[in-house]
Design a protein around this ligand. Structure first.
Ligand code: TYM
Length: 338
């Protein structure tokens, strides 16, 4: 029995990394047996920053292959790229006319991404969270598994749904719940424990990619920034050691234990020993994914066909929702083809 409908998305920009895996994908894999799920490669979001067309095509197939390799089953779930369902962009326009500039002005991700060159950022980057609300609500999804960094966008989604329903006097949209799972909702860079592990970091040593082989994983963990202090008995005593905290958090997430369990195991030891243990665990968890990914990438057309099938299902599922939105808003004669 399904308990609800899940929607989640991931941008095809650069490599899939350990942060995406521990913060999101691993949870998606676990949820696919319990819920009906849509998993979306959000290509329309990727063009909010500069994108090269050939790169976008490549990254879209690679990401889809990475998700399947990580355990997302395209037979059980709807796996597709966002541009295959125009209903997302259409609903985003309707929501643009409900959402308020003041709400978007509060979004910290826009501030971070636009940086000092705010005036030069695209309108799309500013409007990004409204499209995200449309992604979710086009299916009336009830649950959204994401990492901590997306929480504010989810709150905006709920605000938009609520404002729409109250403005038009009908509960067209549910208020979706974020699902943020325990450990490693924020995996940090291996080079700087105060920065999020990110696909867009120019240093490949800052992240472990899902497709890295055992040698690369070992090298990156060996080179990961740490400090010369030993690991304390109590996790609180890690104090202001962001890199140490991050590696311990990663170990905890990979092994399904608490950070306190990990510090107890390694109490009094230095990071040399710890890194050996972490490498073993990381290679074990990621090993199979890399091999399966290589197998899938040998036939990119098959991956594209999988996305196309998902796109068809996604369009069919969202059509009645769009119809309801148009009807309740008073548009004349709109009949959704899909
Ligand atoms: P994106 O592509 O940046 O990241 C995909 C998912 O991975 C999580 N994540 C992390 N978790 C822990 N530590 C990290 N270092 C880390 N980096 C990324 C993110 O929280 C996310 O869950 N806006 C979204 C994509 C999106 C979406 C949606 C998500 C578009 N529409 C609708 C949910 C529902 C994003 O940029 O994710």
């Amino acid at each position: 029995m399904s308990k609800g409908l899940i929607f989640s998305g991931i941008q095809p920009t650069g490599n899939l990394h350990l942060g995406n895996y521990l913060g999101a994908i691993r949870n998606w894999v676990a949820l696919q047996d319990e819920f009906d799920c849509l998993f979306c490669v959000v290509d329309l979001h990727a063009i909010t920053v500069e994108q090269d067309p050939a790169e976008l095509r490549r990254a879209t197939v690679e990401l889809a292959a990475g998700l399947i390799a990580a355990g997302i089953d395209p037979e059980k779930n709807i796996l597709f790229n966002q541009a295959l369902n125009p209903n997302h962009a259409e609903l985003a326009w309707l929501f643009n006319c409900v959402a308020r500039i003041g709400w978007l002005n509060r979004m910290t991700q826009f501030k971070e991404k636009a940086g000092k060159h705010r005036e030069n950022a695209t309108v799309g980057l500013y409007d990004y969270p409204v499209l995200m609300a449309a992604d979710i609500l086009a299916y009336r999804a009830t649950h959204v598994p994401v990492g901590e960094d997306q929480k504010q966008h989810l709150e905006l989604t709920r605000d938009i749904a609520q404002a729409f329903n109250s403005q038009f006097g009908k509960d067209v949209f549910p208020l979706p719940e974020p699902q943020i799972f325990g450990a490693a909702t924020r995996v940090m860079s291996l080079r700087d424990g105060t920065k999020k592990m990110s696909k867009s970091d120019s240093s490949d040593y800052s992240r472990i990619n899902m497709t890295d082989g055992p040698d690369e994983v070992a090298l990156k963990i060996r080179k990961a920034k740490t400090d010369p202090e030993p690991i304390p008995e109590k996790v609180e005593d890690l104090g202001d050691r962001p890199e140490a905290k991050n590696l311990i958090g990663i170990m905890a997430a990979l092994t399904g234990r608490t950070a306190q369990d990990v510090t107890s195991d390694y109490a009094g030891k230095g990071f040399g020993d710890f890194k050996k243990g972490l490498t073993e665990v990381a290679v074990e968890v990621l090993g199979g994914v890399g091999a399966e990914y290589q197998r899938l990438m040998a036939d990119p057309e098959h991956v594209q066909a999988v996305l196309a099938r998902g796109g068809e299902k996604a369009r069919a599922l969202s059509a009645p929702v769009l119809q309801d939105a148009y009807d309740v808003m008073g548009f004349l004669g709109v009949k959704r083809p899909y």
